[in-house]
Design a protein around this ligand. Structure first.
Ligand code: G1P
Length: 290
């Protein structure tokens, strides 16, 4: 079955983005000239997904406004003949079929995904975490969708992390020498292990393609790391019943919640732009950096 829907959990408080995220949702913090969440929605669209459900919490209405029509702004741009901007603003509301649902209590990422059950129904779907920015023309997400369609199984993105960083992620214990198709089977998955308890250096990155079986798994978990309902624990339950696969990748991921990585993503995305890239590159090259 095709993957037609995506879920973007966006209910978190965004403490890693402070002070920028004090009065605006962290998902609306701009990277070059677009809010971070727009890149994530564009990634969905580039991978062929046009039905996007954003799971929001309190104080997130700016996200809804961003993907909605803006009549006053549009007529102002029209009156001033600013046609390019008008086109851009309008196209945002048509980018995808963006829906919203509220996670009423901050019970964890697993809970946020379970809130999407009614909208997603009984079909495979993708989950994209906004803190993980991918600069890869949706290549990873497309590969994950192909792998899930070919195997009929859920597929999670895996990336190697140094020992000092693995404790910030879900971590898998791979089994066997790996499959011919490059996918990885695992027999354990632990949310935020202590460095000495991490079963490998393969961390879970915020891209997932799930079979609807994840919803049954989410119903069966109890609060885990940090007292929250963890998506990672539900993946472990699903792995026992259906066999989840990992897709390792290495390039293109930036942690938007990490200020240094955020700066790198900004430079990378600006350089990739047709309009800004050439003059920005020339300026970077003309500078003498101490
Ligand atoms: C979440 C998940 C974690 C995953 C990470 C990827 O953690 O719980 O398993 O490895 O995203 O970015 P968070 O960053 O929300 O703490």
């Amino acid at each position: 079955m095709d993957v037609r829907k995506a879920v973007i959990p966006a209910a978190g408080l965004g403490t890693r983005f402070l002070p920028a995220s004090k009065a605006i949702p962290k998902e609306m913090v701009p990277v070059v000239d677009k809010p971070a969440i727009q890149y994530v929605v564009e990634e969905c669209v580039a991978a062929g997904i046009t039905d996007v459900l954003v799971v929001t919490g309190r104080n997130k209405s700016a996200i809804e406004d961003h993907f909605d029509r803006a009549p006053e702004l549009e007529s102002n741009l029209e009156a001033k003949g600013k046609d390019d901007l008008l086109k851009e603003v309008r196209s945002l509301a048509e980018l995808a079929d963006v829906h919203f649902v509220r996670q009423r209590e901050p019970l964890g990422l697993g809970h946020a995904v379970s809130v999407a059950h009614q909208h997603v129904g009984d079909e495979p779907f993708a989950v994209l975490l906004g803190d993980d920015l991918m600069v890869d023309d949706a290549a990873l997400l497309r590969s994950m969708i192909s792998a899930s369609t070919a195997t009929g199984r859920s597929v999670i993105a895996l990336k190697r992390f140094p020992p000092a960083e693995i404790s910030a992620y879900g971590c898998v214990r791979p089994v066997g020498p790996g499959r011919d198709d490059g996918l990885v089977e695992f027999d354990a998955i632990i949310e935020k292990p202590k460095p000495e308890e991490a079963p490998s250096d393969l961390g879970v990155m915020g891209r997932y393609v799930f079979t609807p079986g994840i919803f049954d798994a989410l119903d069966r978990i109890t609060p885990g790391a940090g007292g929250e309902l963890q998506l990672t624990d539900a993946i472990g339950v699903l792995n026992d019943s259906e066999g989840v696969l990992g897709l390792p990748f290495s390039e293109g991921r930036y942690d938007a919640g990490n200020k240094l990585d955020y700066l790198r993503a900004t430079v990378e995305l600006a350089l990739a732009r047709d309009d800004l890239g050439p003059p920005f590159r020339a300026w970077l090259q003309s500078q003498t950096w101490d």
